[in-house]
Write a protein that binds this ligand. Sequence first.
Ligand SMILES: Nc1ncnc2[nH]cnc12
Length: 592
Amino acid sequence: MIRTAKRTELIEVAQGRRPADIVIQGGTVANVYSGEFLRQNVAIYQDAIAYVGENEVAVDEHTVVIDAEGMYVSPGFIEPHAHPWVLYNPVSVTAKVLPLGTTTTVNDNLFFYLHFGADGFRQLIEDLRALPGHFFWLVRLVSQADFPGERDWFHPQCIQELLAMDDVVGTAEVTRWPLLYQGDPFLLETIEAAKRAGKVVDGHTAGCSYEKLNSIAASGVSACHEAITAEEALHRLRLGMWTTLRHSSLRPDFPEIIRLITEKNVSTQRITMTVDGPHPGFIEREGFVDGLVRKAVELGVPPMTALQMATINAATYLRLDDEIGGIAPGKLADVILLPDLVTFKPSLVIAKGRIVARDGELLAPLPEIDWSRYVSKKPFLFAKERLDDERLYRYPHPKPDQPVPVAYFKSNVITQRKEVALPSVDGYADLSHHRGLLYAALIARNGQWVAKAILERFAVDIDGMASTYNTTTELLVIGKRPEAMAAAAKRVHEMGGGIVVIDSGRPVVEIPLPFTGMMTTDHSFDTAVRFHDELLAALQERGFPFHDILYTLLFLTCDFLPGLRLIPYGLYDVKRNEILLPAEKIGEKVAK
Ligand SMILES: Nc1ncnc2[nH]cnc12
């Protein structure tokens, strides 16, 4: 990491021979190394901490002296597993969470890499270096929905070149973890290379048994955030993995999982926490890492332990503890002032030695990003009129005596295969007598294929909606009326990506997402919150029975969660690893 303060100068400040830039006086320092709270002064010089102790340090007329009487002085929070694309974008989410005390985020690169490749992603890394706070990356090794050419796109050389960058601290979660279990050579070689480069290997072992976790640990995975019970978390801890406790909008699991600490009496040294890319409304109402600390303490975790998990533990896992994660001389000056250890809402945030936020207000300037670099000039490679063809959305059903596999939503993101007998009209399934069944189609943005499914228990009364917000970022279209589905799909096509809901022939929700089809280019976080809240309300009014619509859309097209999914190869049964209905080529017959 780059530090501008020279060590010789830090030594001079520590000895009172050079004035500090910032002095925080009279506060109680949370020493996350020793686990003590100590009444001490902290001196900052340029971007680093120079002194922590009881002495008065040298000041001059330029020194900012902060009276921290009655306050706790804590290291800035670290989010070790962020997904900066949930309608918000890297800039707007940083603007939101920095004033909440999160001075470091470590971010998944999935959609940036999928859309821009290694060169474009490198450009984005450079553009985002101007963000206040620290913005690190984890790089994906595979996508979340296999597609033809995936292995060429995620080329070992590209990945290894990215891993050589200082901004990249490791490899990102491999959601298709059975590949690791089977010892996939590309993954194992890249993991080995990452380790040789001193980087971490983030994991994603949802639903993995203790026995199978042994193989995953053996493959080199160093952390996992997918435990949903205290027992599962303990398995990961015992097998030497850094265990990241998750409390997210999709899975607010702390009340259960925190029992790892409050009941099982384990060492917390290798436990960290994540909000795992929550939807914007969740951050608005529950906070970010501050919210995790608050919740953990509310559930009985001692405040020091919660602070350690949110700071030094994360930094140590990330191999950044020589630079960040604690308040000590020589470390980068990421410091927050907390009026109490209940709300954990900082009144002042210092990142890299600069005051970047006060009382929840961002003070630091945001970088001017030239978004036109990242907004595709041709988000769809076919004319929108093609989307009028209703056969794109109808499910083929040439043999009415045989049942049709239906994806039944058991929960927000888990589906179950059901076999349903349906009538057939002109070779297509007729859903008109089955309230609750919907058509779903995933249409390639290049206009070459469409994958189809029938859904149950999504939103019974939805006429039509379309969304590039899904893990393929292709055009996902859902509804009970093909003409409304076509209208929604065409509107998303016109917007160059986004989400549209059509009811009774008119749009009731329109969310433009020109940045990869997942994000706005708006620097205002409030815009993302408004979009999210409108979408969830519109869907719930139309029968959506769950709490997190964005994750339902995101994962309907993934290839790793049970049971039926729409992926570029077709309708996919994940457990059986079987394509039940191959994607149709969109030829002259279907789309003229
Ligand atoms: N696996 C994942 N992919 C995309 N966004 C996410 N947010 C949380 N988990 C995610």
